[in-house]
Design a protein around this ligand. Structure first.
Ligand code: MG
Length: 326
């Protein structure tokens, strides 16, 4: 009898974990770049997909969504492999005004992403990062120290430089200084750099990428209601020339974050991302009254949503993520 029990247990108890679906991080481990491709621990191409949180600023519509309930819901129900913590650095209630409070919100999302086995982007959500380089270096140094040994974490050091912010004179020198600070502590995790003109001028980055670093990607942002084939053509050229691109923010609506979901153009963009093996993170988990928001006002800010809690964009993005195979 005892022997039989032992046999049953050796078959069942030890076999059980192998039936559980591996988490994205269990499956892919440490990510790196190989030419323009993002690859996993086995050097296989990987395409991450997930939502971005809204600006974390105190008193804004996004801050209450920075919690473990939201991260667990997007990992388990939306099947996201990544989530982006968009730490507000500009405007009122930002990290510059209130660093500890914003850091804690970001850390709660990072800790929950680690717990759920998904990737997490720590995004310096600014349009003027070069003005706060000292703070950026200090912040990313502390994030690298705390999380740089884990495969989950991706650093995004500049959300969207403005149109007038020069790639050569301003963005590259800033990026180099912040990357140097991160690399002193964390030699390998992915780092995403924003490109000129709200992260659309990937052609400028392709002509003059940063040299001497590994695992650097350049961001491409688009809003399907506004940006169309000409931006895809520009991105395709950059990819063909060897630039690793990461879509760290896109919207199905207009570039101002409002308007209706442009389903047709969104599908063109998603096919483009898929064909090129790009990762895509969409804007945003928030209940602000605008088209890009995925959660209806009044719905829980702790996740566990039903379809009725989601806006048209929320319903669309959840479907996209559940169907996205990495
Ligand atoms: Mg590392």
């Amino acid at each position: 009898m005892k022997k039989q029990l032992l046999l049953v247990c050796s078959l069942f108890c030890f076999a059980l974990p192998s039936y559980a679906q591996p988490t994205p991080v269990e499956k892919h481990g440490s990510l790196s770049t190989d030419g323009p491709r993002l690859v996993n621990k086995n050097n296989q191409p990987v395409s991450l997909a997930g939502p971005s949180l809204f600006w974390s600023n105190n008193g804004w519509e996004g801050e209450s969504f920075y919690n473990a309930g939201v991260v667990t819901t997007v990992a388990k129900d939306w099947k996201a492999s990544v989530i982006r913590a968009a730490m507000g650095v500009d405007h009122s209630g930002s990290f510059i005004e209130s660093p500890e409070n914003n850091r804690l919100k970001v850390e709660s999302v990072v800790d929950a992403a680690i717990e759920n086995g998904i990737y997490v982007i720590i995004d310096w959500h600014s349009h003027h990062a070069e003005d706060v380089e000292v703070q950026a270096i200090e912040f990313f140094t502390s994030m690298a120290t705390k999380y740089g040994h884990l495969p989950n974490v991706i650093y995004e050091i500049y959300n969207e430089p403005l149109q007038k912010t020069d790639w050569h004179k301003t963005i590259k020198p800033y990026a180099k200084n912040v990357i140097d600070a991160i690399r002193k502590i964390d030699p390998d995790n992915l780092i995403i750099i924003g490109t000129q003109t709200w992260s659309q001028d990937v052609d400028k980055a392709a002509k003059s990428p940063l040299s001497g670093y590994d695992n650097i990607l350049y961001s491409l942002h688009f809003y399907a209601g506004t940006h169309k084939q000409s931006l895809r053509d520009r991105a395709q050229q950059a990819i063909d020339s060897g630039l690793p691109i990461f879509i760290s923010e896109w919207g199905s609506v207009n570039a101002d974050g409002d308007g209706m979901v442009d389903l047709e153009e969104s599908m063109r963009w998603l096919i483009f991302a898929k064909q090129n093996g790009l990762s895509q993170v969409s804007w945003s988990i928030s209940n602000k009254v605008e088209g890009a928001s995925m959660i209806k006002p009044g719905a829980s800010t702790w996740g566990g949503w039903s379809k009725d809690d989601l806006t048209p964009n929320g319903i669309f993005i959840r479907e996209v993520l559940r169907a996205w195979e990495d």
